[in-house]
Design a protein around this ligand. Structure first.
Ligand code: NI
Length: 136
């Protein structure tokens, strides 16, 4: 019997979508306003879902305090109020699209969780635009 437990979190961050190896014109054509050289910000919201067996002793799939602390160290402390392109090492050479951000968050959190737990991350870049990754 597997149960999924989820926790919401959020961070504010700035980014610019572009490729260094493309001209400004090509970046403008592909990324539009998101290629603004002065960056722009988003209020990112995420849902972290962990699926696993209920532990017989505790009745938990995962202690929410532990999940909260992992989200804080791996996501909030790492990304909140940062310029993703400039200040977050994972995006030095990786375009910080919502798709790439959700994979980076998944990989960082996956490394902190027991292997018998499944993980899925949903990342909202705007209230209407969101991406989901579960390691596939
Ligand atoms: Ni953007």
């Amino acid at each position: 019997m597997k149960v999924t437990v989820s926790r919401k979190a959020h961070f504010n961050a700035a980014h610019r979508l572009y490729r260094k190896d493309w001209s400004f014109e090509k970046n403008d054509e592909i990324f539009g306003k998101c290629n603004n050289p002065n960056f722009h910000g988003h209020n990112y919201e995420l849902i972290v879902s962990v699926t696993g067996e209920i532990d017989e002793d505790t009745g938990y799939v995962i202690d929410m305090k532990i999940l909260k602390d992992i989200i804080k160290s791996e996501v909030e402390d790492a990304f909140d109020h940062k310029n993703l392109n400039i200040e977050v090492p994972e995006f030095k050479e990786l375009n910080p699209t919502a798709e790439n951000i959700v994979v980076v968050i998944y990989n960082k959190m996956r490394a902190k969780l027991s292997l018998n737990l499944d993980l899925e991350i949903t990342l909202y870049e705007t209230p209407r635009n969101f991406v989901t990754y579960s390691g596939n």
